[in-house]
Design a protein around this ligand. Structure first.
Ligand SMILES: NC(=O)c1ccc[n+]([C@@H]2O[C@H](COP(=O)([O-])OP(=O)(O)OC[C@H]3O[C@@H](n4cnc5c(N)ncnc54)[C@H](OP(=O)(O)O)[C@@H]3O)[C@@H](O)[C@H]2O)c1
Length: 438
């Protein structure tokens, strides 16, 4: 659908979903349409808002705008642009497909849908010659999708690393600053409404994995789905690991990492990691998000801000909506390069530095036996610290860069040693590869 020649005309918008984000977007559109037009150069007219329960009172949203029939709205000839803020796979997917097929640009914040079916939806948008924009799908208010897609279109990106889940960053920050265990901080976050009653999507890394897949797809112009992403959550991180990390000059963060792994392969993964205190990502506290990009020409960039929340996220949606409206009026669409399926590196093949903590019997010869296991698997120790625990000792190792499969074999070898009572924390060290021997 092209609206060339209609530059003075309003662009008519249908919003599907009026929850946290949709509701905030509707209020932004209704509260200050003149201001938006003045700042953006485009007039947006809210035509209708689809919800699942149209009978419910919604403060700030006139009932005349509310409908329960999203399906009819996405093909309504009176609608120019569709904003999908329902979430989940169905019916969001079929509504977006129907809107695109009807030649309407679509703006969405639906990370779950994009991480599972992003390539097919992008192809449908390209086929229809209209926009599919999704700035809000990764890191809420932070502009990261458009910079990756447009500003860095010619950049050879080496790595994208993000703190893209506010709940887990809040939990890890509080554990570090108050020395509290994971369970206690999670329960408090749930009481404060900062974590869901069922926190699995956040704490097990599913939400971050969906965002990692979207970021990898854009940064490396390929198709990565959430099921491809290697994933570990934060439930096994202990205050002890965090305290050791602190002593060694690191903080513990849940990172989404997408990087070139040599050859044609990419490594895309989500896991807790030790990040040097001097790294910009280390300063991202509480529920804030940030994405750190390393490119061959651009060098290092970091984008930081609110990763969630109705109003901040609605701001990102509004930006996309304005873009879609401009493009519609100009008869163009945002660039959407074709994407090949990514070749992903198995987790055993990644190279990283590692932190390992073990508890051993405190007697002569144990250290030599432990060092032999490392040596047998070709894992080189960068530093070791010993702490007495009565008849036992805790040994904390930092390794040089090592292959993950070799580190796993080392752990199995350590577990088999009679003098080793416990193999405790294991964390990848990210962000000081120079120091670790890359
Ligand atoms: N919340 C955030 O901070 C955030 C941040 C980034 C991205 N996002 C993404 O933004 C999207 C929306 O999130 P949210 O937090 O705003 O969700 P939400 O609060 O659960 O709102 C969902 C809305 O969709 C409506 N809905 C459900 N089924 C529908 C159907 N079949 N037809 C029409 N409307 C339907 C609901 O109607 P009722 O009101 O009648 O129940 C509700 O208004 C999700 O994709 C999410 O991942 C959210």
């Amino acid at each position: 659908m092209v609206r060339t020649g209609n530059e003075g005309q309003p662009v008519r918008v249908a919003v599907l979903g009026a929850g946290n984000v949709g509701g905030a977007l509707v209020r932004l559109l209704l509260d200050d349409p003149e201001g938006i037009a003045e700042r953006s150069g485009v007039r947006l007219e809210l035509l209708a808002v689809a919800v699942s329960d149209p009978a419910r009172e919604r403060p700030g949203i006139p009932t005349a705008l509310v409908t329960g029939d999203a399906k009819a709205l996405v093909t309504d000839p009176g609608v120019d642009v569709v904003v999908e803020l329902i979430g989940g796979i169905d019916p969001a997917r079929e509504l977006i497909e129907a809107a695109l097929a009807a030649g309407k640009p679509v703006v969405t914040g639906n990370k779950a849908l994009l991480a599972a079916h992003g390539a097919a939806l992008a192809a449908a948008a390209a086929e229809a010659g209209v926009d599919l924009l999704y700035e809000a799908a990764v890191a809420g208010a932070i502009p990261i999708i458009r910079p990756l897609r447009e500003s860095l279109a010619g950049e050879k990106v080496r790595r994208v690393m993000g703190i893209v889940n506010g709940t887990t960053n809040y939990i890890l920050t509080t554990m570090a600053e108050e020395g509290l265990p994971y369970d206690e901080v999670l329960a408090e976050a749930q009481r404060l409404g900062l974590a869901e009653k069922d926190p699995t999507a956040d704490v097990d890394g599913h939400d971050a994995a969906a965002k990692a897949a979207i970021l990898a797809g854009l940064a490396f112009r390929c198709d990565v789905v959430d099921g491809d992403v290697y994933r570990e959550g934060i439930a096994r991180v202990t205050p002890l690991d965090i305290a050791f990390a602190d002593r060694l000059g690191y903080v513990v963060k849940l990172l989404a990492v997408a990087e070139r792994a040599g050859g044609e392969e990419l490594s895309v993964r989500v896991h807790p990691a030790m990040v040097p205190k001097t790294h910009p990502l280390a300063s991202v506290r509480g529920s804030f998000n940030a994405v750190f990009i390393e490119g061959d020409s651009a060098g290092e960039l970091m984008l930081y801000g609110r990763g969630a929340g109705g109003v901040p996220t609605a701001s990102a949606v509004l930006g996309d909506l304005i873009d879609a409206a401009h493009n519609l009026l100009a008869g163009s669409a945002a660039p959407a390069p074709a994407r090949a399926r990514a070749r992903l590196q198995p987790i055993d093949e990644i190279r990283s530095a590692y932190y390992l903590s073990i508890e051993v019997a405190d007697r002569p010869g144990v250290l030599a036996a432990v060092a032999t296991v490392f040596g047998d698997h070709g894992v080189s120790i960068r530093s070791m610290e010993q702490q007495g625990l009565g008849d036992e000792a805790r040994l904390v190792f930092l390794t040089h860069l090592a292959r993950e499969g070799d580190v796993r074999a080392t752990l199995a070898g350590l577990e088999a040693l009679p003098a080793v009572d416990l193999v405790g924390g294991v964390l990848r060290v990210v962000g000081d590869e120079d120091g670790a021997g890359r």
